[in-house]
Design a protein around this ligand. Structure first.
Ligand SMILES: [Zn+2]
Length: 411
């Protein structure tokens, strides 16, 4: 009995510890970085496994645990890098989010103005397939923890076979606004077909494949264990830590290059080999079939945050042979997106817009032959980072889909 209650007490303590792992953590923005400073900072932060939240050409956001605040500040002073505090207390923000979620506990079904749990999104995807004759749901594979990788297929019957468009969200687990934006798209396109001009035009011209949760194991983990988990949950033999960064695991010909890590505990761990992960294998195989059989016209993969619309390459600053076309379509997307709520996006190649990143799905997809391959970084520009308030879900969905439809229709 004593042992049992001791166990219970320890488990409770563990639960409490896990719930408050970000006490006193801040997010800092390092400003006005020149090329040398940016390189020095990157080497420093990745070497120490700091959690870099986002970065642009001359700035970088990093989560700073309390015990590392002073040493990092000293180092920044030596490098003459100014910084400001973007988020004063990460745990407080997570707690706020949790309080909002708890208020809606007990409600059933999907809620478009709230973040939804994995099971709720899966249920919604199945419901759509039951409700609409032209919507189906398909599992394209399983994860390490045995979850299905679900895709909804929106295929309104037409006279001739239609080309396909692929859109995935949530390859990075903690980017909750992305899963929510794919859910918004499902709701928008299904309910507005025949009503809204954009939705109707899109579905008359294309079969649309939407995967709201590219990384369901990771998404589940962000709800139940660690809100800021980014990778999948794979544990490879010989590794110390769980998880591979699924967006560093693609064989784009430059796997393991700049912007990746071979340390399993790093948030940008590339995995033991290209396509070592079930999630990247499944999407590779499914979209390869689409490309071969259905003329895959566009491939979108949705991230957050920073408000960027990007295309290949990530591994090098050299332009692709299709740079002009990619620039043109991106501009159309960004203009349409801005027209809804005046949200401003920048656009360009990954390498030039943010920072080198090798082994990404868009370099893979572009190299595999889908010219119109884009990645979006949704709201915001750092005020809330990954902890975007649910009040921003609907406006983000509206503007993102306005941009997506306008871009696809312009291809
Ligand atoms: Zn991401």
């Amino acid at each position: 009995m004593a042992v049992d209650s001791f166990l219970v007490a320890s488990l409770l303590l563990l639960g409490v510890a896990a719930a408050n792992i970000y006490d006193g953590h801040q997010v800092w923005r390092l400003n006005d970085l020149n090329t040398d400073q940016a390189q020095a900072i990157h080497t420093l932060l990745t070497g120490l496994d700091f959690d870099v939240w986002s970065h642009g050409r001359d700035w970088l956001d990093v989560r700073v645990p309390p015990h590392l605040a002073r040493p990092l500040q000293r180092r920044l002073q030596e490098l003459a890098v100014p910084h400001s505090v973007l988020i004063d207390d990460v745990q407080k923000k997570i707690d706020e989010e949790r309080r909002v979620l708890e208020k809606s506990q007990g409600k059933t079904g999907i809620h478009l103005n709230e973040y939804n749990e994995l099971e709720v999104i899966e249920g919604y995807m199945s419901e759509l397939a039951l409700e609409y004759e032209w919507v189906s749901i398909k599992s394209i594979g399983k994860t390490y923890e045995g979850r299905d990788l679900w895709v909804n297929i929106l295929a309104v019957p037409g006279e001739a076979p239609k080309p396909a468009v692929w859109i995935d969200c949530g390859i990075h687990a903690r980017e909750w606004i992305t899963q929510a934006t794919c859910v918004f798209g499902l709701q928008f396109l299904t309910s507005q077909y025949g009503e809204d001009e954009a939705a109707t035009k899109l579905l008359d011209a294309y079969d649309v494949y939407i995967m709201p949760m590219h990384n369901p194991d990771g998404y589940y983990y962000t709800w139940h264990n660690d809100r800021l988990w980014r990778k999948n949950r794979m544990l490879h033999e010989g590794n110390v830590c769980h998880g591979v960064d699924l967006n560093r695991n693609w064989d784009d010909g430059h796997w393991g290059g700049a912007g990746t890590s071979d340390n399993s505990c790093s948030d940008i761990y590339k995995g033991p080999e290209p396509f070592s992960e079930l999630e990247t294998q499944a999407v590779r195989d499914f979209t390869t079939d689409l490309r071969n059989n259905n003329n895959l016209t566009a491939y979108f993969t949705i991230h957050c945050y920073s408000q960027l619309w990007m295309y290949a390459y990530g591994w090098t600053g050299d332009a692709t042979p299709d740079d002009e076309a990619l620039y043109r379509i991106s501009e159309i997307g960004v203009v349409a997106l801005r027209s809804v709520h005046d949200t401003r996006y920048q656009f360009g190649s990954i390498y030039n817009a943010i920072y080198p990143a090798s082994g990404t799905s868009i370099d893979w997809s572009y190299t595999a032959g889908v010219v119109h391959t884009y990645t979006l970084e949704l709201r915001d520009t750092g005020l809330n980072g990954f902890l975007l308030p649910p009040t921003e879900i609907l406006p983000t969905g509206q503007e993102t889909w306005a941009g997506l439809v306008a871009a696809i229709m312009a291809i």
